[in-house]
Design a binder for this molecule. Structure first.
Ligand SMILES: NC(=O)c1ccc[n+]([C@@H]2O[C@H](COP(=O)([O-])OP(=O)(O)OC[C@H]3O[C@@H](n4cnc5c(N)ncnc54)[C@H](OP(=O)(O)O)[C@@H]3O)[C@@H](O)[C@H]2O)c1
Length: 252
């Protein structure tokens, strides 16, 4: 049975991906900081799941994760997120430092730690969850968009550097997905977070997991280099259609 390591598996896209990859027949290693969440998910998935508490902003923690996994064919580097929503003129250094550490360095640390095992698998797939924010910008989002642009640049570079190796490098770039992402961004302000999805039907973590499952189950010679995933009501990182009279926008 092939092993898939999923970072950021304690909620949202990562949790849905771990569930889905287990259903596809992978043994899954669930990595994130919140142990209780990981344990609950592992119990739900059953014997195919293992937990490893990991903080991707800590190089030793990422190395310990890699040391704890004997074999790895699929790495889903998904851990990350956004903090804050201010113009550049007012940016918060602590928030930007965290975003760059988690989304860029954290992802690169994880790839570096697992690369020898991935190559040894003979058919490695590295999936990096970036964002449409890795390719387009929007006002008040520069801390996050700059971090995700950097992450996308790392992914492009990796694909060239690994040419000739048995590794496929896959970028998943979602738009609006209804997870804990906005609650984290607005530091627990649920009302502000719900405004992000108001009047439209966002994607779910399961929708993104479906795309990841497709990408990692293609035959060995077929690389899904990048997938941009939007709800129908989204055209790019800035333009959304919001139905004026609906709270949830279920049919929109
Ligand atoms: N939701 C969206 O609209 C959207 C759109 C495009 C891209 N994305 C990207 O998708 C990825 C997953 O986000 P999500 O939407 O599923 O949000 P989420 O529900 O907030 O999940 C974020 C995950 O990342 C983990 N994480 C954060 N910092 C970490 C750290 N230092 N070490 C280890 N794990 C860490 C969290 O776990 P712990 O807190 O337990 O550590 C959690 O499992 C992120 O990279 C995000 O930027 C999201």
């Amino acid at each position: 049975m092939s092993t898939a390591v999923v970072t950021g598996a304690s909620s949202g896209i990562g949790a849905a991906t771990a569930r889905r990859l287990a259903a596809e027949g992978f043994e899954v290693v669930l990595a994130a900081r919140r142990e209780e969440r990981l344990r609950a998910l592992a119990e739900e998935i059953g014997e195919r799941a293992r937990v490893h508490v990991t903080d991707v902003t800590d190089a030793d923690s990422v190395e310990a994760l890699a040391d704890a996994v004997d074999k790895c064919a699929v790495l889903v580097a998904n851990a990350g997120g956004a903090l804050g929503f201010e113009p550049v003129a007012e940016f918060d250094e602590g928030q930007w430092r965290w975003m760059w550490d988690a989304n860029v360095l954290g992802m690169a640390r994880t790839v570096r730690a697992f690369l020898p095992k991935l190559i040894a698998s003979g058919d490695a797939r590295i999936v990096v969850v970036t964002s449409i924010a890795g390719h387009q910008s929007y006002p008040n989002g520069a801390g996050y968009t700059s971090a995700k642009h950097a992450a996308a640049a790392v992914v492009d570079t990796l694909r060239v550097e690994l040419l000739g190796q048995p590794v496929r490098v896959i970028e998943i770039a979602p738009g609006l997905v209804d997870t804990e992402f906005s609650t984290v961004r607005f530091e627990g302000d649920a009302e502000r977070a719900s405004e992000v999805y108001k009047g439209l039907r966002p994607l779910t973590g399961e929708d993104v997991a479906d795309a990841i499952a497709y990408a990692v189950t293609r035959p060995w010679y077929f690389t899904v280099a990048r997938m941009d995933l939007f709800p129908r009501a989204q055209a790019n990182a800035r333009d959304n259609y919001r139905a004026p009279d609906e709270a949830g926008g279920a049919a929109r």
